[in-house]
Structure formats: structure tokens, C-alpha cells
Ligand binder design. Structure first.
Ligand code: AGP
Length: 589
């Protein structure tokens, strides 16, 4: 998804914008641009990576102390220079960058073209500067015209806008993330905190329909729904910029896999009062829905097995994008537990919105505090995983599973026991992320790197693990990996097994006999069996030892596959942090 950053203050803005774009790269993009306001607009933009564009156009060689910048993940309009942001109006006195989708842009564009406006690109965003220009022609000032333009937009937006004749940045959000940074040299606005974290940890989370006006030494916020100026809390984050940097690691993915030694422990450090309130909400609910997308959905699936086995609780696990097909029997007694790393996944936000229209309670498990999901939930628990920069979810997944496991223990009145068991995992995760284990897994990666297809099987908790493992491998190595419940293979997919077909088998004490018999079915048809298992077995052609930690197996059993996926990508010369076609936060439906 797109990334935006702006700054106005006393410092030279070009390096702030350039470094900000670099820190937003993880959001996924295909073009980028900056504009500095200094006696007019100085725009530099192109397709490609930020470093490539800088090589070509020297993004740092623009003097000025206010500007806005953008990384574009193409939605409307191809990947072209004209479609890269920033966009301008006809007279080039208004400039805008935008993240989101303007759903009524075609109608707006038709009216603007009829009024004589000339467009250079095919994006939805380009209607915004022209709309502001058209309204200003009727005598209204820049701020009022921008506000009026925003009111006519349908869909989602996080925008930064500038007028070359006024020294201010207008920042506005509706359905897309935008946060302000307050520093002693000036003010920032960005899609995500890492974009300006090295300059300030003082932040202001914006609400939907907020419109902020930033000047060198002040900012004020107006809310379009409340139709009045509002006070937004000046907050701070305890993140350290090093968490948003690779440090000694070659890639964020390996860094974040390694951080799991600590992040799993941080996930279970919860405010006991808030946790108890969440547990009480679960107990009081008539119908609990666990909702998530992608990896977060897999964490929900893991939790559903544990809640069934440990708490004798039936919960509905629903893909966020499928939620509209399930919401019919939601009531004011229902509880939706939304799980999301970014807190900005459009499908999850849509599910939560529809749940709230039914009067259901919404509790969320989120990593990015201040995200849309934390602001629309009745309560939330933080994953405490720190910024997750790699597009792939690794540490956030094990934090989700650990926190959901703690909730299950707390539900059955065994909070202390659960906390002790999860704390014990420190040693196991430390070993699993060690160099010696990584070297062993690299041997497997070398055997699999040229494979086109790979199957994974598991039962119960290990079925959810197999699904998550398949996603990790697909996302970053582009090898087709497909996961099945162990008992399902014979219902069709076995037809695909040939000599040498690799099949990863997740084994635990509770399902050892059954899943090994499924593995033998694959082996007898020529399959190459990789065992993720506490014990070796003669049917394994390759064995990766994992500890038997029962309900916490999903945490320890996914780590070797995270490492395998990473090593497959590196062996294949791919960028593990920025896989093709993907974005860190899917903020469009
Ligand atoms: C995970 O590796 C993927 N990047 C993706 O499936 C992700 O889990 C999904 O988009 C949900 O994101 P969220 O947790 O931020 O809501």
C-alpha cells in the first residue's frame, strides 16, 4: 500500500523526505516522488525504487524546508511517471499525495474535465488537486477549499496537500492511516511512525475525518463529522529507531524472526486489569467470532482449537473478507475478536464496522497502537512486538498465538500456569533461531529451492500451522506450497504426489500416529518427507527437531518454516523483505 510523509519546519526537508520514504518502502510500492515548496514547487518523481529514482534525479538536491513525498502502490492507473505522486492542479499551485481509493473519482473527473481541467495521468488521486483548484476559483481559500473537496470524496484517503502560496501542510485521513509527529524543529505527517521515528517519538494519532493544518510551530485539527476544531492527545511511542532498522541483519525478515525470543515474552506482558476485562467479555458473550486475514487468520484458527480443547468453548473463526457472509446472526450479545498486526487491513476494518452496526462488542489484538482498528474497537490488547517492517508476518504471528494462548489459560483460571509455560518458551525459541539450527535448515532449503510444488500436512493445531507455513513459503519464495489437513490428502490431492514431491509433516505427541500414517501414504507414492517433529522417524527423509510443548506447539513449529522460507528466498535471489505484488498492510478491499 502507498506511503506518505510530509514535513514543515526549520530543517532542510529533502533528506527527511528521502529517509522517510526509505522507511516506508516495506509498505510495498512501484513508484515514488517528492515535492519541496520553495518559491514554487520543485517536484521529482518516477517509477522504480526510491534509491533508483534518487540515482536518476537526486532527490536530496532540492532546497527548502517544507515538502511532501509518496511511495505509490498502483491501484488506479498503470505504473507510469505521470501516475506517480505528487499530483498537481492545472496551474501547478496545489500539490497532493494520497493513500487510499477515491471510489467516485470517475464522476468527479468527468465534471472537472467538462469544467476545462486537464489531467496528466489516470489515477483517482489526481482529481483532488483539481477539485481544490476548482473550488478556489469560486473565491474560497486553500484550507476551506481542501475541506470542501474532502467532503465530496467517497472512499478512503490519507492525504497531504500544499498550496505554493501558503506555508502550511494540510493532512487529512478517512479510512487510511495517518499520524502526526511533533518535534522541536517542526511537524511531520506520515502513514506510519517509522517514517519520522528518528526525529521524534511525540505523536498525535488522527481520527477518521480529521483535517490537520501543520505550520512550522503549530498544528490544529478540525473534524469534518463533528464540524468543529478538536483537541487530539499528544502521545508518545516507546519504540526505538533501531527496531525499525536492519542493524547487523541482511534483511528485516531474519531480524524479526530472531526477535521472537523477546517478542513472545513481550506479548504476554499484558495489563492484568485490561486482560481480565477482555476475559470477562468473552465469558459474557453469546457467540464469539475470531476474525482476521492471512497470517492473522491462521492465529485465529490456532486459537479456536485451543479454546475448544482447553476451554470447551465453541468460537466461530472467520476470514475477514468472508465476514459479510456470516454477520447475519450477530447480535448485541456477540463478541468479535479482531486480530491484526497493522490494524489497517481493510477487510478487518469492514468486518468490525459491520459488527458494530449490529451492536456487537469488538475487542482487537493489534501491533500498531493508534491504528484504525485500535481506535474502532471497544478494547484492545497490544501484541507489543515493535515495528514489523518485513512484508511477511513472522514475530507478529507468534505474538498473536502466544497472547491468544494466554487468554485461553486465563479463561480457565490458569493465568499463572499459562504465563509460566509461555515464559518457558524463551529457551526453546532461542535455540530454534540459533545459527546451528539455521544452518541445518539451509541444507533443506538447498534441496527444495528448485521445486515447483510443495505440500504440507498437519492435524488439529498442526493443520493451522501447516496453513501458515504454506503462506510463508509462497509469499517469499514464490514456490507453490499447499497445506492440507492430514486426513484430507486421500480425498483427492494424493493424485498430485509423484516421485520426489516434497511434503512437510507437522507432528506432535497428540496426533503422532494419525499424521505419520498420512505421511506414509505420501511416502509410498514417492513423496520426499520432511518431518517437523519432536522425534525422528524412519519415514522422514529430512528431520527438523522441535520441542514438544503441547498447546504451544504452533509457536515453536512455525519458526523453522519461517527460516526455511527466508532461506529459499535468499537462495533464489529474491528480496525477502519486499516480495512482488504484496504490501505490508492491505488497506484496500
Ligand atoms: C502475512 O505474512 C501476510 N503479509 C498477510 O497475510 C497478512 O498477515 C495479512 O494481510 C493480514 O495483515 P494484518 O495482520 O496486518 O491484518
Amino acid at each position: 500500500m502507498c506511503g506518505i510523509i510530509g514535513y514543515i519546519g526549520s530543517k532542510n526537508v529533502a533528506p527527511l523526505l528521502f529517509n522517510g520514504l526509505k522507511r516506508l518502502e516495506y509498505r510495498g510500492y512501484d513508484s515514488a516522488g517528492v515535492v519541496v515548496s520553495q518559491d514554487g514547487f520543485h517536484i521529482k518523481k518516477d517509477i522504480g525504487k526510491v534509491d533508483e529514482i534518487n540515482q536518476k534525479l537526486n532527490l536530496l538536491d532540492i532546497s527548502g524546508t517544507s515538502g511532501i513525498a509518496h511511495t505509490r502502490w498502483a491501484t488506479h492507473g498503470g505504473v507510469t511517471k505521470d501516475n506517480a505522486h505528487p499530483h498537481m492542479d492545472c496551474e501547478e499551485k496545489i500539490t497532493v499525495v494520497h493513500n487510499g481509493i477515491i471510489e467516485n473519482y470517475q464522476e468527479l473527473k468527468r465534471n472537472l474535465v467538462t469544467a476545462g481541467h486537464r489531467f496528466k495521468g489516470q489515477t483517482d488521486t489526481e482529481v483532488i488537486p483539481h477539485l481544490i483548484e476548482e473550488i478556489m476559483k469560486r473565491g474560497r481559500n486553500f484550507s476551506d477549499s481542501t475541506t470542501a473537496a474532502l467532503k465530496s470524496l467517497e472512499g478512503s484517503y490519507a492525504i497531504l496537500a500544499m498550496n505554493k502560496n501558503e506555508r502550511k501542510i494540510i493532512a487529512a485521513r478517512k479510512g487510511s492511516p495517518l499520524v502526526l509527529g511533533v518535534s522541536d524543529t517542526g511537524h511531520f505527517a506520515a502513514s506510519d511512525i517509522p517514517a519520522f521515528l528518528e526525529h521524534t517519538k511525540t505523536i498525535v494519532y488522527m481520527n477518521d475525518y480529521d483535517v490537520a493544518e501543520l505550520t512550522d510551530n503549530s498544528f490544529r485539527v478540525f473534524n469534518l463529522l463533528e464540524n468543529r476544531e478538536v483537541q487530539r492527545k499528544i502521545d508518545s511511542v516507546d519504540w526505538d529507531i533501531k527496531q525499525a532498522e536492519r542493524g547487523d541483519f541482511q534483511h528485516f525478515m531474519l531480524k524479526e524472526i530472531s526477535e521472537q525470543v523477546e517478542t513472545i515474552q513481550k506479548a504476554i506482558q499484558q495489563d492484568k486489569k485490561i486482560l481480565d476485562d477482555v476475559i470477562q467479555s468473552i465469558r459474557n458473550a453469546h457467540g464469539v467470532f475470531l476474525v482476521g486475514s492471512g497470517t492473522s487468520y491462521h492465529a485465529c484458527l490456532e486459537a479456536s482449537y485451543v479454546l475448544s480443547k482447553v476451554n470447551r468453548m465453541h468460537v466461530n473463526v472467520v476470514l475477514a473478507s468472508e465476514f459479510p457472509n456470516y454477520e447475519h446472526f450477530l447480535t448485541s450479545k456477540s463478541l468479535v475478536i479482531a486480530v491484526s498486526q497493522s490494524g489497517e487491513t481493510a477487510d478487518v476494518l469492514e468486518a468490525v464496522k459491520s459488527a458494530k452496526t449490529k451492536g456487537s462488542k469488538v475487542i482487537s489484538l493489534v501491533n500498531v497502537i493508534g491504528s484504525s482498528l485500535t481506535r474502532t474497537s471497544d478494547a484492545f490488547l497490544s501484541l507489543n512486538a515493535g515495528p514489523e517492517i518485513c512484508v511477511l508476518a513472522t514475530k507478529s504471528y507468534t505474538s498473536q498465538v502466544a497472547l491468544l494462548s494466554l487468554m485461553s489459560y486465563a479463561l480457565s483460571g490458569k493465568y499463572d500456569e499459562g504465563k509460566k509455560k509461555l515464559t518457558y518458551l524463551w529457551n526453546e525459541v532461542y535455540h530454534l533461531t540459533s545459527l546451528s539450527v539455521r544452518e541445518k535448515i539451509k541444507e533443506l532449503a538447498e534441496k527444495l529451492q528448485d521445486k515447483d510444488h510443495l505440500f504440507l500436512i498437519g492435524r488439529g493445531l498442526q493443520y493451522a500451522t501447516a496453513l501458515e507455513a504454506a503462506l510463508k513459503i509462497k509469499e517469499v519464495s514464490y514456490i507453490h506450497a499447499e497445506a492440507f489437513a492430514g486426513g484430507e490428502l486421500k480425498h483427492g490431492t494424493m493424485a498430485l504426489i509423484e516421485k520426489g514431491t516434497p511434503c512437510i509433516v507437522f507432528v506432535s505427541e497428540e496426533n503422532e500416529k494419525e499424521i505419520l500414517s498420512n505421511a506414509i501414504e505420501v511416502k509410498s507414492r514417492g513423496g520426499y518427507i520432511i518431518g517437523i517433529s519432536p522425534k525422528n522417524n524412519e519415514i522422514f527423509d529430512f528431520w527438523i527437531k522441535v520441542p514438544e510443548v503441547h498447546n504451544e506447539n504452533p509457536i515453536v513449529q512455525i519458526i523453522p518454516i519461517q527460516i526455511l522460507a527466508y532461506q529459499l528466498a535468499v537462495l533464489k535471489g529474491l528480496d525477502p523483505d519486499r516480495p512482488r505484488n504484496l504490501a505490508k498492510s492491505v488497506t484496500v478491499k
